[in-house]
Design a binder for this molecule. Structure first.
Ligand SMILES: Nc1ncnc2c1ncn2[C@@H]1O[C@H](COP(=O)(O)OP(=O)(O)OP(=O)(O)O)[C@@H](O)[C@H]1O
Ligand SMILES: [Mg+2]
Length: 488
């Protein structure tokens, strides 16, 4: 009879002998490695889930938090065969009960789960590393596809949450796409092409030594679709959005921290950049009229301005988008929006900084056709040619935003197409008449009366503008969040 020690030693020896003669080698990828979660385990699980759905007869099904799709997985002790570069890889999912709970800082799951990868020894040097890289990449792709994208905001000011993140997030479910966006189709195609080139441009950016990022400046009157365009961009590229509320950021270093905590494949948005900056200047005592960032701090420290209030500076912002820190991740898109491009500091506009300036204009005829199709389902030939011609003639002069026009169309969407279009034509013509009359009044009423009226009008406009500038930063949830509200 063998004593237990000897039996154990013999088994070990056999095992070793067997392994040295075997043509295979094995790799264990356990779910928890020490105390940390093993990223590779999750990646393998996701990677195998794409082929498991076809191969397996008994599979585990999961749906992750923030995800709208189901993923398949190998169930306990199941196997799956994968091929990579002509080599065969056999995966086994191994689940064992954890023996007595050893002491640990955090409770470990009762089951010990892991994958075992079995490949031929001769294949190991050829594929192992590239295979694992391939798995990680595929898994990241699948994760991005499966997971709902997120809209982040820094509304908590500079404060961090318990895990040290300054950003708060909500699922991003804005339905705007390039199909629903009303703008000149050629311009739209150009922008989509640019985004596509950017997303597929890894090799180009590496070869040319450029940081893999791109800046877009969207400008135009309110209601022309700037925020909708950002949502469409995010939906097109499947990127997350970081909506940066500049008025909540107090120092340049805070700004840098926020940037460092953003992830790759994301769009970083600063809405109404002229308004956010206006507020900063007002606090630091330069008055509400002084638009544009203060460029008086060339070093970009900007921690404390002369009046003692903390503020961010133009150079701080430029460092944010352009400096060394802007490259601490890759695949970032910066988007600034403004209603008043003329108020921005030229330093922000110089070429290379914002790669593309996109003017969102009043509704043009080609944009109108897209709106008519989306809201009324109107196709070419649905209404008589004459009416379309009339629309084409008045639309440019009417200077109505796509937002105004969509309001009219929503109101009339239950009516017949013909009637809805006629209503819209009425509104456009009415607006045009009103404009003409105003103009005539200004020209005809000469002398003192006319002058008074003009001055009163101008004053009113100025007041209106100032009011808007004061209100907009306070609104906080402008733009994307405002748009998202209905969809949360
Ligand atoms: N170009 C467009 N195509 C389709 N819909 C549009 C367009 N422009 C505006 N809209 C509609 O009008 C609403 C407001 O548009 P949006 O918020 O995108 O305008 P904005 O340019 O961001 O305005 P603001 O300057 O006030 O932020 C949107 O909900 C959208 O439905
Ligand atoms: Mg907006």
């Amino acid at each position: 009879v063998f004593p237990p020690d000897l039996r154990f030693a013999t088994a070990k020896l056999f095992n070793r002998l067997f392994r040295s003669f075997s043509t295979y080698c094995y790799f264990d990828i356990t779910e928890i490695d020490g105390v940390n979660t093993n990223e590779l385990y999750n990646a393998v699980q996701l990677y195998l889930s794409s082929s498991a759905s076809v191969a397996g007869s008994r599979l585990s099904l999961t749906r992750a938090l923030n995800s709208s799709v189901f993923t398949f997985g190998l169930s306990n002790n199941d196997r799956l065969i994968d091929t990579f570069k002509g080599a065969t890889a056999i995966w086994e999912h191994v689940v064992t009960q954890r023996q007595s709970q050893t002491f640990s800082w955090r409770p470990l799951p009762e089951e010990k789960r892991g994958f075992t990868l079995k490949i031929k020894k001769k294949d190991k040097p050829l594929i192992l590393e590239t295979y694992l890289d391939h798995i990680m990449e595929r898994a990241a792709d699948i994760r991005r596809k499966n997971q709902d994208r997120l809209l982040y905001t820094n509304s908590r000011g500079g404060a961090m949450d318990t895990r040290g993140h300054p950003w708060e997030s909500v699922p991003f479910k804005h339905p705007s796409t390039f199909d629903t966006l009303a703008m000149d189709p050629l311009r739209k195609e150009e922008i989509m092409e640019d985004l596509r080139d950017f997303a597929e441009g890894k090799a180009f950016y590496e070869r040319t030594g450029r940081a893999w990022k791109r800046g877009y400046l969207l400008y135009g009157p309110p209601g022309t679709g700037k925020s909708s365009m950002i949502a469409a961009m995010a939906n097109f590229l499947r990127y997350d959005i970081y909506d940066l509320e500049l008025t909540e950021v107090h120092t340049n270093s805070e700004l840098r921290k926020l940037l460092m905590k953003t992830t790759s494949k994301s769009i970083i948005v600063i809405e109404d950049i002229d308004c956010s900056i206006n507020l900063t200047n007002r606090i630091s005592g330069t008055g509400g009229k002084n638009h544009g960032l203060s460029s008086s701090d060339p070093m970009g420290s900007g921690e404390e301005s002369s009046s003692g209030t903390k503020s961010i500076t133009l150079s701080g912002l430029l460092n944010f988008t352009d400096g060394l820190w802007s490259c601490c991740g890759s695949e970032r898109i910066f988007v600034f929006t403004t209603n008043h491009i003329e108020k921005l500091d030229p330093a922000l506009l110089r070429s290379g900084r914002m790669d593309m300036h996109i003017f969102m204009s009043y509704c043009s005829f080609s944009a109108l056709k897209i709106l008519l199709k989306n809201y009324l389902g109107l196709e070419d030939g649905d209404v008589e040619e004459g009416m379309m011609k009339e629309l084409e003639e008045v639309i440019d002069d009417a200077e109505m935003t796509p937002a105004d026009i969509s309001e009219v169309l929503i109101k009339n969407r239950r009516h017949e197409k013909e009637r809805a279009v006629r209503e819209l034509l009425g509104v456009l013509k009415g607006g045009l008449e009103g404009k003409k009359k105003k103009k005539e009044n200004k020209n005809v009423v000469g002398g003192e009366e006319g002058m008074k009226e003009r001055i009163a009008g101008e004053l009113e406009e100025e007041e209106e503008q100032e009011k808007r500038a004061l209100e907009s930063p306070k609104e906080g949830v402008k733009g994307l969040k405002k748009l998202c509200n209905g969809n949360l």
